[in-house]
Design a protein around this ligand. Sequence first.
Ligand SMILES: N[C@@H](CCC(=O)N[C@@H](CS)C(=O)NCC(=O)O)C(=O)O
Length: 287
Amino acid sequence: MNKSSTYTPPKIWKWDNQDGGKFTGTNRPIAGPTHDKERPVGKHPLQLYSLGTPNGVKVTVMLEELLALGHKGAEYDAWLIKIGDGDQFGSGFVGANPNSKIPALMDHSTTPPTRVFESGAILLHLAEKFGTLLPSDPANRAECLSWLFWQMGSTPYLGGGFGHFYHYAPRPMEYAIDRFTMEVKRQLDVLDRHLADNRYMCANEYTIADIAIWPWYGGLLLFNQYEAAEFLDAESYTHVMRWAKEIGERDAVKRGRMVNRLRGESHEQLHERHDASDFENKTQDKV
Ligand SMILES: N[C@@H](CCC(=O)N[C@@H](CS)C(=O)NCC(=O)O)C(=O)O
């Protein structure tokens, strides 16, 4: 019998190393650092501490897009944070993000350096800093920010909800899978209807809204994230698929997906990025 159907919650929940499946080793009900570890700092103005998950990929794609546009001030070091090993709880990382989640950015072009955490805030910080990938016209800017914040608010249902219960949970729970599948399919339909009439999330302009949404929903459709493409009938969201494929063809997107990546083909994994030439010389097939 499904364990959840027999469970009666106690009056006060206590942390007792409950079964968290794959995440048992890292999940904690308390914040703050677990150990001392200095944050490394490289030679570039921007220091990124991250991992090649969809939230991390948003930022590396953004940085690669800025460099492709000729913004030399967007040069960056990308340090690998292995969340499975608890690196996000090191004191240095917690100094950059008190929420202990990747990605975290330290902008060393200011004195003292500016810390930015939450991927949406990082995208907005970079778009404003370099004056690009965010429309300046008030109506288009509002539309772009609406979709940016739509992603930040919606995706926890996809990752923490659907992805967790469909892919990671120690046993399948029909109630949870049904609840989050319903919501994720609704979100895909929201995107599909919008992209039927718009080339990008904000009309005809590629912006930080696309950069935020693509790694998650594009990943679901193009890269079979959570091995759920068939289950979700991904092919039926034809407009999302068209948009996802177009963005996936961008060189900056291809490079951004490689940074801090620990999975997939070895020539597509660049564990740390400290120089533009690393894409040619330091991928896992070469080191
Ligand atoms: N809302 C945050 C979410 C960040 C997030 O959930 N990061 C995950 C990886 S994708 C993480 O660092 N998890 C480690 C943990 O929960 O301990 C953002 O967009 O930056």
